[in-house]
Design a protein around this ligand. Sequence first.
Ligand code: ARG
Length: 468
Amino acid sequence: MAGNTPPEGAAILWSGRLEEKPTAGAFAFQSSISVDERLALEDIQGSRAHAHMLGKQGIIPAHTAAALDAELDRIARELEAGTLKIDQGAEDIHSFIEGVLTSRLGDAGRMLHAGRSRNDQVVTDLKLYLKHLVPKLCDELRETIRIVLDQAETYAEALMPGYTHLQRAQPITLGHHLVAWSSGLVRDLGRFTDALDRLDECPLGAGALAGSGLPLDRADTARSLGFSAPTLNTMDAVADRDFVLELAGALAITMTHLSRFCEDLVLWASEEFKFITLSEAWSTGSSIMPQKKNPDFAELIRAKAGRATGNLVCLLTLLKGLPYAYDKDLQEDKEALFDSLDTVRACLSMFQGMLSSARFHTEPMERALVGGFLEATDAAEYLVRKGLPFRTAHETVAWLVRDCIAQGQRSMSERTLEELKSRSPLFESDIYQALSPRACVEARKGAGGPAPEEVRRQIGVLRSKIRS
Ligand code: ARG
């Protein structure tokens, strides 16, 4: 570690109180610039609103407020253009911006922090950042849903086995399966918009924890920053991070969804299933086995769900038992949340490319409908329609399945009508038609079912929900 003191030029906002200085290593340890530098523009936005309000309230001279506003705007433009670089030796983004401002404006810059603390500043910045970023993420999620629904529409009629316990269960359509995926993603969308709604209160002016004796106008800064209101309680404003937990939770759920879809894709892309071919651009090879084409992208998305879960657990643990109000522990909130946000955004983008370029194979899917007695429930329901109690029908068909297996038959349709009747006289010749996978699916046209017309209705419902 070089040197014993913090890097030169790093504005330390609290150095007046302490005679001794931390070593460079210790200073770097407690710094957060590498994480919160991404809040630079939001920090400037918050400072401009604060400066404007201080001027309006007569807390600083109007010409000082105007000078601060102009210089902050200039700093934002320089940062965007790349002509001003963020000093990685600064403690955090707040000290950096204030340091630049003060080096350029002198005492005017030193007036800005009246009635404000980094405690309310950082949480204002973070909320502003999320108010800007989460809607973008919602758009990316909508686009992902659109891609899944487009595939669902294309394959609304395509028969495939539905699985429980990863054993063939009942015939469904690929469209039905893909609408199941989309339904989860649409609820994820709802979780993000709910979280945005709840975080829409402005912490600025809450100060360190107890507000300020200066005549701040918190409603004014809240309004000018686009919040619906200032936070009700100044202590809650700086101490709580439930909005971070909520988003991290929604992000972990989204990743959990994606990981399950990807597991389906990995299975389907296997030689054993052959339901799907992932495009070559969305596959990788092996360094030793020349024949390999691996679904690495799906596997990585599946794996990254672990990060999002880890971040959520990290945040919950961070907050658990933390005394009110602000503690430096809270500085650790952003790294975990940003990682989850970045992970979900990257995974959505990869998932979109992978799924939209994939080719589904309807023949192997249909072939997989034979041999697993997926028609058994429909045979039982056939008997129920003829008046047999379901439990009796279930037993009758179970015996039939055992008869078939004993005879090496792969479907109940291979039994003669006499053989079927020996188990139940209620079987008639129309049973054979009723047992075809297509008929099983067509019969399930009740709400939520896999019949193509019903799947198309479900697609329509979800499409209307993602119209922003
Ligand atoms: N970097 C800090 C954070 O992210 C800013 C607030 C620091 N406040 C303090 N009193 N040290 O939480």
